[in-house]
Write a protein that binds this ligand. Sequence first.
Ligand SMILES: C[S@@+](CC[C@H](N)C(=O)[O-])C[C@H]1O[C@@H](n2cnc3c(N)ncnc32)[C@H](O)[C@@H]1O
Length: 242
Amino acid sequence: MAEDTFHFRSSRGRADRNPYVDRIKDFGSHALRAEESEPLRGHWREAIGKSADAPLLLEIGPGNGFFFAELARRHPEAAVVAVEIRFKRVWLTAKKALEAGAHNFRVIHHHSRHLPDLFEDGELDAVFIHHPDPWPKERHHKHRLLQPSFANQLARLLRTNGEVWLKSDFEPYGPLAREVFSGSDFSEIEYTADLHGRPSLEAPEDVVARFRMADVATNYEVKSRKKGARIMLAGYRRQPVS
Ligand SMILES: C[S@@+](CC[C@H](N)C(=O)[O-])C[C@H]1O[C@@H](n2cnc3c(N)ncnc32)[C@H](O)[C@@H]1O
């Protein structure tokens, strides 16, 4: 099927081959399949038991959920959502967050390409993307998350002053993030190519970031640092619509 007509459906998962297709039901409404999550578009705060003015935070690709659990735990005032394409990682993330004592979250089995099926324009307060897949071969660059069209999509889904936070150990992603988010919809609030090696961050002094969580290491960050890799951190703010 051509990529632009492909529609992500959790029912494509084969429970006979992947036990996590069924096991995500272990966590009730905390772990949702794609088709269960789309009706909640525009209603996430209410579904998670938060008031209409609560922040709505999204992590894309939480992996095994180390960071997500801490995000939900540190922000009990927020509704916190993750979108993850792998069933096992949906299960692991929901498990981690519940073990951390958090209940203010949902983990969704979905593909980031379909974020507009999940969120209304201006619904999100912050988006976190940590160690997106590198796709190093040139013929695979089209699969990279960091693309101008993706930044435009995030600009639509974020409210004014909403934040995007990125981390990566893949060196080309630092310059690529800056290029992709350098359009007029975003301003850079922070950038460093070596989060743990160099304290000097390129941020204007008057910038106050509401959802900076750079001190919380992700699973990939821990593994990469053991191998000596440098971790890039970048933060962007959604500019007011002119
Ligand atoms: C390299 S891992 C990083 C995991 C975690 N963020 C970390 O830093 O430890 C990338 C994660 O993103 C998920 N992923 C990749 N592409 C995705 C997409 N388009 N939408 C949602 N999740 C995606 C993968 O299944 C995987 O869990």
